[in-house]
Design a protein around this ligand. Structure first.
Ligand code: ADP
Ligand code: MG
Length: 250
């Protein structure tokens, strides 16, 4: 990772990264405490609509706490979180979270697990989402017969099926082997390019952050300690639906 090449002045909200589909996220002076432990202290973060933001930082620095705060699963004792201009009040249907473990229900088929993600359990939409992740032919099977990577694909289909405007990923590829991880990275990027949701990826893998995101923020001591735009250093080129990275910055 060449810091020289990615240290481009942040251009948050540049035309390339903004879409009308995704939710804008505004975190103002957020404080999150667990007893005596202050995990986030006066944290500020604005994520423009349609951006792909990566959050990196040492284990225990508060990345997952910040993601849960964006998801409405955690409350700030001070400060505010607003999504699309409105105050955040708990989990919204258009905000989806994907975790390191797929969290599929073992007593439901692959298809029924995806149907959980869509209003009314719309079967056609669930199948369409499975098609997007390349698993339509496994719809009737049980999660237990799938590989770890396939289970994560199902979790991705379940997250995508309602056409979310904000997708939050908490180390979703952390448990996968290297090749499966690269496939999943390409899939996530392709879907993000097509669907134009706002994406936030927590990862401890800096090269994964650079490969996927427009912008990488470092959480340290409860605040955003570094904020780096990488969109200008790595133009996205589309060719047959797949994106090629400039190998020089990886
Ligand atoms: P990261 O995802 O960066 O590894 P976390 O956000 O999970 O870090 O955790 C940040 C700190 O907050 C850690 O010290 C962790 O032990 C603590 N923490 C997280 N959630 C809770 C909780 N529900 N209760 C108490 N402490 C917590
Ligand atoms: Mg974490």
């Amino acid at each position: 990772l060449s810091s020289e090449k990615i240290n481009v002045k942040p251009e948050v909200g540049s035309l390339e990264t903004v879409s009308s589909r995704g939710l804008q996220v505004d975190v103002r002076d957020a404080v999150v405490q667990f007893g005596d432990l202050t995990v986030l202290r006066d944290l500020d973060l604005t994520i423009p609509s349609g951006q792909f933001l990566a959050i990196v930082g040492r284990s225990g620095c508060g990345k997952s706490t910040l993601l849960r705060l964006l998801a409405g699963l955690e409350r700030a004792s001070q400060g505010t979180v607003s999504l699309g201009g409105g105050a955040s009040a708990g989990l919204r249907p258009d905000v989806r979270v994907m975790f390191q473990d797929a969290r599929l229900l073992p007593w439901k088929t692959v298809l029924d697990n995806v149907r959980i993600g869509v209003e009314g359990g719309d079967k056609a939409k669930a199948l369409e989402a499975l098609e997007l992740v390349g698993l339509a032919d496994r719809a009737k099977e049980w999660p237990s017969v799938l590989s770890g990577g396939q289970r994560q694909r199902v979790a991705l289909a379940r997250a995508l099926v309602g056409d979310p405007s904000l997708l939050l990923f908490d180390e979703p590829l952390g448990a996968l082997d290297a090749l499966t991880r690269i496939e999943m990275q390409q899939l996530i990027e392709r879907l993000w390019l097509e669907r134009k949701f706002t994406a936030v990826l927590v990862t401890h893998d800096v090269s994964e952050a650079v490969a996927l995101a427009d912008r990488v923020v470092l959480v340290e001591n409860g605040i955003i300690a570094q904020d780096t735009s990488i969109a200008l250093a790595r133009p996205r080129e589309k060719d047959n639906g797949f994106t090629h990275y400039e190998s020089s910055i990886l």
